[in-house]
Unconditional design. Structure first.
Ligand SMILES: Nc1nc2c(ncn2[C@@H]2O[C@H](COP(=O)(O)OP(=O)(O)O)[C@@H](O)[C@H]2O)c(=O)[nH]1
Ligand SMILES: [Mg+2]
Length: 357
């Protein structure tokens, strides 16, 4: 049983050593624990620091592609390196390395395919009240969309088994945390959560430079993801709201018309017609969105099968560089032996597209 701990990094030379020092090398029930850093076009010495601190594998994206793209590239590499369990953690030492054992326990026990660490955000001192409230609201929306009961949906401290990782296909560039939970809820992935501890804050969040950016970016993400996965609910609800709203001016006009003053209320008639048209447009979007959603599910199934075929063929991970202990890992699951991944085997165009789309 092989565990790979992956850490997405953007310019993390300062905090990476402490994060790595906190990571376990042995966990009960796991034969080998390896570390993988995803360097997302850092301009500092992140990669050198990773190597000198014993990181086994490096996925080095040429330029900055965003956290979600880095996460997906990391999952892909971990699968190709033969991981049975993949844990994701942050490079700012936010999470408690020793709790990785808690994260993987439900997977080892066969109860879960994906486990999300619950930071119990109410107890985190450096989270502002508005961030806590938005975090709660966002988590609630994601629970509704995903039909799971994950309390802390924006937590980046997670474990995936091979089956869960094979099914994840993140399309948003910015956040993967919300989308992967929604996907898990819709796919054959059993999700659990475990309470985890956090370390004191080491630096400001890079993803959200201000509370306002946290609110704006998360709200947009939640709305986009929710409407991508539940288009019928979103657009049909909007259609009903607009239709009911249209009934108000229509009724005003009708009452006036019955009492002989129809000509004086033409504005109500026009306003009602505008709202009614908008309702029809929303209804049409609901139908189109529903059709696209069905298409998306088919694409997802194809993507998953292509991944399985790639693993079977022993396709090497893209953008891969060996880390401190080059072991020449070839994918261990392939039916055909593959050459050890090297820098010369950087991703082809299709892989790049998969990462950046
Ligand atoms: N791959 C990648 N990782 C990033 C990027 N921005 C931030 N990260 C990583 O994402 C993790 C979380 O970032 P952080 O700034 O701590 O945001 P927080 O989750 O709001 O605290 C850290 O490991 C960062 O290095 C990015 O553009 N690409
Ligand atoms: Mg952080």
């Amino acid at each position: 049983m092989k565990l790979i701990i992956q850490i997405p990094c953007l310019n993390e030379e300062a905090t990476l050593p402490a994060t790595l020092a906190d990571l376990p090398r042995e966990i009960d029930g796991i034969d080998s624990v390896e570390w993988l850093v995803i360097d997302d076009g850092s301009t500092d010495a992140t990669v050198d620091v990773a190597r000198s601190n014993g990181v086994d594998h490096i996925v080095r994206l040429t330029n900055n592609r965003g956290l979600a793209a880095g996460f997906q590239a990391g999952l892909d590499a971990c699968l190709k390196l033969g991981a049975d369990v993949i844990v994701n953690t942050d490079a700012d030492n936010q999470y408690y390395g020793a709790d990785i054992a808690l994260l993987v326990e439900p997977i080892l026990a066969g109860r879960a395919d994906m486990v999300v660490g619950d930071r119990q955000t109410d107890t985190i001192e450096h989270f502002s009240p508005i961030k806590k409230r938005l975090q709660k609201l966002g988590s609630w929306v994601v629970r509704q969309a995903s039909e799971t009961d994950v309390p802390d949906t924006t937590s980046g401290f997670r474990a995936y088994n091979r089956e869960a990782a094979l099914q994840m296909a993140v399309v948003s560039r910015f956040t993967y945390t919300l989308e992967t939970i929604i996907q898990a809820g819709k796919l054959l992935v059993a999700v659990e959560d475990v309470p985890v501890r956090t370390n004191p804050k080491t630096r400001e969040s890079r993803l959200f430079p201000s509370t306002w950016s946290y609110v704006r970016r998360n709200s947009i993400s939640i709305f986009r993801i929710y409407s991508q996965y539940e288009p019928m609910r979103v657009f049909f609800t909007a259609a009903i709201v607009l239709f009911v709203a249209a009934l108000v001016p229509f009724t005003l006009f009708f009452v006036a018309w019955v009492s002989g003053d129809g000509a004086g209320h033409v504005q109500s008639l026009i306003f009602g017609a505008v709202l009614f048209n908008a309702a029809v447009v929303m209804g049409a979007l609901a139908v189109i969105g529903d059709l696209m959603h069905a298409q998306r599910i088919m694409s997802q199934r194809i993507f998953e099968r292509v991944r399985r075929v790639e693993l079977e063929l022993g396709v090497p991970p893209s953008h891969y560089e060996p880390g401190a202990h080059p072991t020449g890992q070839a994918p261990t699951t392939g039916a055909h032996a593959a050459a050890p991944p090297s820098t010369s085997q950087r991703g082809g165009d299709s892989e790049r597209e998969a990462i950046t789309s």
